[in-house]
Design a protein around this ligand. Sequence first.
Ligand code: URA
Length: 196
Amino acid sequence: MDKASALKKLEQEIIHDNNLPLGTNLIFGEGNPNCDVLFIGEAPGAVEDQQIRPFVGRSGQLLRKHIRELGWKEEDVYITNIVKRRPPENRDPLPEEITAYKPYLTRQIEIINPKIIVPLGRFSMNYFLPDAKISRDQGHLFEVVFHGKTRIWHVAPMFHPAAALRGTTAMKAFGEGFKNLPNMLKKVEEIKSPVL
Ligand code: URA
């Protein structure tokens, strides 16, 4: 089965999973299933829920602008969230909501199999790197062996664009992290990942 069909099938599974928390629209993710770079946010907000697309509000505009400024097309990357429905009042996702949606995110990543995963913000980062600190570790490239699988994932956490919008230091770091992404991609392409 090709990646696009596998993702469609996974989306249907989520839609029909009645045990998942949150009752709003499912915002599965969008972009190129054959992408090199996968961006993962926290959870959709109000604008995302209205448009049924990830990262289309203010944070999303900032994210998408930085993608385009690299000379990349938004359609060439893939954008999704850990929690795929909007928490009420735009509150942070609860630990049990993250836990409930996690297995689906894992399968989504396994299907896409990107060269670099960019978690946006601490919730998404801590899924890959539980002990990491966003202010210390954003902008760095990590190798993560996930769930004892035989594949190393390359993970480059960045500040959440909402944090970048709130402060100049985070905005600067966010911009620098983005500018460095093509280099990181090159580095990952040069590494011959050992098979464990
Ligand atoms: N914030 C997120 O983490 N995800 C979105 O899709 C929108 C805002």
